[in-house]
Design a protein around this ligand. Structure first.
Ligand code: KIV
Ligand code: ZN
Length: 519
């Protein structure tokens, strides 16, 4: 949120180019409808300028930019264009229905780009820039000019051309770090020098546009603002050419969290950042890296026991911003092999379980054992584990160990050790498949007449390391008993589920005829 004393000189204009620089990167193409949806979200987010596309690039781009312009609410809608007259005209045509439209024209200014790419002399580049900005200004009041590969341009030439385009009517001057080569102090000084040396620099807003080739796009953008720029060009999730652009959410939250270092303000509603990230990720089919700052799924997740304990005592121990600030409901304490008792008990309470100290201890040990075999423990895993925990407290027949030999060279064999009323028994059996071998072992160890009525397996959560949840229904004497068990090993889950149902039958018999023993 903006500081109380907002002054215009400290305001940073947020220019979002998700729909242009972001969309032009390989694989991020969005459909017409997706572009409209993203544009609407950006407008609601509080973005000042939405660069909606490159109208000359295709008919589709032109249509999208014009429709976004028509539907715009508060944001300025910009289109990109090269310096050629037809390019500029097409761009102005596309943004003309916006409440406020902008033509953003660019030309390369580095010796390398001018020579190799454009085949133009510096003087020709100056002439072309004057012509393009003048043409654009005759069509629209808001004109941005960009010096492509700005950071590798010669300072004297850059200052000369910037002065000229401002004279020609450019209202915003952008000095991009097109190839992500700059480092923060250097970029800050670069922007500062241009602003100081260009005599009419006060007649335009200076802008930064940084690529992330060395992972410094956000740091460079913030440094550029420190150097005097007051517009920052960025994209949601940092998508963009090659390694991407500066990430909008990171810039905004850095300014928000470190007001002491970045005393600027902007109009972004930070509580929409998570939604924005999800929408752009879905529209582009670009996944967000798990550990991505601000919007990655681990950005507010804690697994280590020490961190979880700190978080439960006071969230500021390990979080420099509250998840609500970026639109998340809460931080998550992810249970895994590094989690401690404190977090586990907290999770049980959250899930509504009330267990005695011993049961908690047993469940904790089993959760740790499960976490050693499984990357992430979900609520469903804990439920499965606790249902077993509670049932196991009353069981007379318990599984001690199980080994199964399965594969193409049958018959499949199972060796099982059971604890029956405190006595250990072991048996081996063959079967028509591993599950049959496991169930035959149980029948050999605990002879019974119960019939298997149902055997069902499903994965509790996603992934090949997910726990298998097995349901078994046994019927005897006209009564059916069902039990469930979960384990990353399907055969262990099968044995436990079968034994669970069998235990219920034994218990029932025991209640009916108290003298009868389990077997
Ligand atoms: O990276 C760049 O230089 C650009 C310009 C077209 C602004 O995207
Ligand atoms: Zn760019």
């Amino acid at each position: 949120m903006a500081p109380v004393n907002k002054s215009e000189k400290d305001r940073v204009i947020i220019f979002d180019t998700t729909l242009r620089d972001g969309e032009q990167c390989p694989g991020a193409t969005m459909s017409f409808e997706e572009k409209l949806e993203v544009a609407e979200m950006l407008d609601d987010l509080g973005v000042d300028v939405i660069e909606a596309g490159f109208p000359i690039a295709s008919e589709g781009d032109f249509q999208a930019v014009s429709e976004i312009a028509r539907r715009s609410k508060n944001a300025v809608i910009a289109g990109l264009s090269r310096g050629q007259p037809n390019d500029i005209d097409r761009c102005a045509e596309a943004v003309k229905f916006a409440k406020r439209g902008r033509v953003h024209t660019f030309i390369a200014t580095s010796p390398l780009h001018m020579r190799v790419k454009l085949g133009m002399s510096p003087e020709q580049v100056i002439e072309a820039s004057i012509a393009s900005v003048t043409r654009a200004r005759n069509l629209i009041d808001d004109v941005e000019w960009s010096a492509e590969d700005g950071t590798r341009s010669e300072m004297d030439f850059l200052c000369r051309i910037v002065e000229t385009v401002i004279k020609a009517g450019a209202t915003t001057v952008n000095i991009p770090d097109t190839v992500g080569y700059a480092v923060p102090e250097e970029y800050a000084q670069f922007i500062r020098t241009v602003i100081e040396r260009v005599p009419n620099s006060d007649k335009a807003v200076f802008s930064v546009h940084c690529h992330n080739d060395l992972g410094m796009a956000v740091a460079n953008s913030l440094a550029g603002i420190g150097g005097g720029a007051r517009q920052v060009e960025c994209t949601v999730n940092g998508i963009g050419e090659r390694a991407g652009n500066a990430a909008l959410e990171e810039i905004v939250m850095a300014i928000n969290v470190r007001k002491d270092k970045y005393p600027y303000w902007n109009k972004i509603d930070t509580t929409m950042l998570t939604r924005a990230s999800k929408l752009v990720s879905a529209a582009t089919s670009f996944p967000v890296q798990y550990n991505k700052a601000i919007v990655g799924r681990n950005a507010f997740a804690h697994e280590s026991g020490i961190h979880q304990d700190g978080m439960l005592k006071d969230a500021s121990t390990y979080e420099i911003m509250r998840p609500e600030m970026v639109g998340l409901k809460q931080s998550s304490l992810v249970l895994g092999k590094h989690s401690g008792r404190h977090a586990f008990v907290h999770k049980l309470e959250e899930m509504g379980y009330k267990l005695g100290a011993n049961q908690v201890e047993d469940a904790f040990v089993r959760m740790k054992a499960l976490a050693d075999r499984k990357k992430e423990i979900y609520d469903e895993d804990i439920e499965a584990l606790l249902d077993e925990e509670i049932a196991a407290a009353y069981d007379r027949i318990k599984l001690s160990s199980l080994t199964v030999i399965a594969g193409t060279h049958g018959p499949q064999r199972a060796t099982m050790k059971l604890d029956i009323d405190g006595q250990t028994r072991i048996e081996e059996a063959e079967g028509n498949g591993p599950v049959d071998a496991v169930f035959n072992c149980i029948k050999a160890l605990v002879p019974h007449q119960a019939k298997l009525e149902l055997y069902q397996v499903h994965a509790v959560t996603e992934g090949t390391d997910a726990q298998a949840e097995v349901s078994v229904r046994l019927s005897q004497d006209g009564r059916s008993m069902t039990a469930r068990a979960a384990d990353p090993d399907t055969l262990v889950a099968s044995a436990k589920a079968y034994l669970g149902a069998l235990n219920k039958i034994v218990m029932k018999k025991q209640r009916d005829m108290p003298t009868q023993a389990a077997s």
